[in-house]
Design a protein around this ligand. Structure first.
Ligand code: SAM
Length: 454
């Protein structure tokens, strides 16, 4: 692995940088694999024993070796997310600066593919709203798949430019800007990215990061928390941005507590605090994070009158066999029925009015001649009523199901039911007298035929 010499030169002198160790860890070929569990679905990962926890997260674990996630049904059931360990430091930023027991409005501005979004969802309360935004449409679709798999009902996915959030002045209590960057922090994982790196690229990224932040900050409320992060080592994208946020945007840096054993490098510059993760010091990739509080008042959103009408009692009544209706409202967009948490109805309605929302709450399905055709999202959501039939599949049959193949099953129950592995729903199937219709979404199916040798 040949690291750009101009990058190395620019890093010399930065706190915690050690050229020899940095180059060696990139050349070593060693890789770190970590996962973060979905606490709504599992309490500990089950696929390997004796896993070390990620020190700065109560949900992350290192794996001794990288298994085939594709061939693990629990991966498809949304029981965990494969995420680089350093990124999980977001948990400290949130826990140390926000009251997570309160109903918060949180924005994840640069959210695809969904690592930080799924993490944020696990940290906030059920009455909190997470808006996960991704500006690139194709990447927003991947984000949506991952959010559906995670199975939460308090997320809205938007596909907006950062500047569009001026429509929501002072709306958010917490904002995470995991900015697009020059990506040097991921070189160990993705050698191909090295050829795309340039000093000019770093300068362009730095300008773009400022633009993104300036555009979105009006949507953060007074005393709201901003978490800024990159996976770049370059000062122009890291400390220089913190300085700019302080001097030009009037934000106040917040210091986080870190434990010495974590080997995270805390950088204090004036009244700003940044946290550097170097791969030769921590078990993880390159990451930089800084946290701020907004001190000035922004405009407030005027009074809002709810536009969306919930589904009629008659139509909602048709859903009661499928989904518990307590604390939930149902709304229909173009015939597709979504379940929204009752406490978030007004906020979700407001978002639907003002932003380009591509998904919100849980897509329950469509009513066709007074019968529900359930959506895949409902199966993964944990909202399905206990009276709906479910059949547990063996591991081999579960893989066939996820490959969207035909399979046979010994089951006396007919009709719609959940295909379950190890207690976790993976999707729907419809058991007919002479065959089983596999409703696993075609676009999500496992394409590989064989499990790779481990
Ligand atoms: N937070 C994500 C996660 O944890 O999985 C990773 C986000 S990635 C570092 C940065 C994201 O910013 C990308 O998804 C990219 O499409 C998006 N992006 C690119 N240009 C942008 C812009 N001008 N404004 C906002 N987001 C942008």
């Amino acid at each position: 692995m040949q690291l750009p010499s101009s990058l190395i030169q620019s890093l010399n002198g930065l706190p915690g940088f050690d050229e020899t160790a940095f180059v060696a860890v990139h050349r070593s070929g060693s890789q770190v694999t970590s996962v973060r569990i979905n606490p709504r679905k599992i309490s500990a990962p089950s696929f390997q024993t004796g896993m070390d926890p990620v020190p700065w997260s109560g949900l992350g674990y290192y794996l001794a070796h990288r298994p085939s996630f594709t061939f693990d049904p629990l991966f498809h059931a949304g029981c965990y997310y494969v995420q680089e360990a350093s990124s999980m430091f977001l948990e400290q930023a949130l826990k140390q600066t926000a009251d997570l027991a309160k109903p918060l409005k949180v924005l994840d501005l640069c959210a695809a593919p969904g690592g930080k979004t799924t993490h944020l969802q696990s940290l906030i309360s059920k009455d909190s709203l997470l808006v996960s935004n991704e500006v690139i449409r194709s990447r927003a679709a991947v984000l949506k798949d991952n959010v559906i798999k995670w199975g939460a009902s308090n997320i809205a996915i938007t596909n907006n430019d950062p500047g569009d959030f001026v429509m929501l002045p002072g709306f958010f209590d917490v904002m995470v800007v995991d900015a697009p960057c020059s990506g040097s922090g991921l070189f160990r994982r993705d050698e191909a990215a090295i050829s795309e790196w340039s000093e000019h690229g770093v300068a362009l990224c730095s300008q773009r990061q400022q633009r993104i932040l300036a555009d979105v900050l009006p949507a953060l409320k007074e005393d709201g928390v901003l978490v800024y992060s990159t996976c770049s080592y370059s000062k122009e994208e890291d400390e220089d941005i913190l300085k700019w946020l302080d001097e030009e945007m009037g934000l106040e840096g917040i210091e986080l507590n870190t434990e010495p054993g974590w080997n995270v490098i805390a950088v204090k510059e004036g009244s700003n605090f940044g946290y550097r993760f170097w791969p030769h010091r921590v078990k993880g990739e390159g990451l930089f994070m800084g946290v701020f509080r907004k001190k000035d008042t922004t405009g407030r959103l005027g009074k809002y009158r709810v536009k969306q009408k919930p589904l009629s009692a008659k139509e909602a009544g048709l859903l009661t066999n499928w989904i518990g209706t307590a604390e939930r409202q149902f709304v229909s967009f173009g015939g597709r029925i979504y379940a929204w948490p009752e406490s978030l109805f007004e906020a979700l309605d407001l978002l639907a009015e003002k932003m380009k929302v591509i998904y919100s709450g849980v897509l329950v399905g469509e009513l066709v001649r007074d019968k529900l055709i359930p959506d895949h999202a409902l199966a993964l959501s944990g909202l399905v009523s206990g009276t709906v039939a479910r059949t547990s599949l063996s591991e081999d049959t579960a893989i066939h199901y996820l490959q969207r193949k035909d399979f046979v099953l010994e089951t006396a129950q007919k009709g719609w039911q959940l295909a379950v592995f190890d207690g976790h729903p993976m999707g729907w199937m419809n058991v007919l007298p002479n065959r089983i219709n596999n409703y696993y979404p075609r676009e999500l199916r496992i394409l590989k035929e064989q499990r790779p040798a481990e």
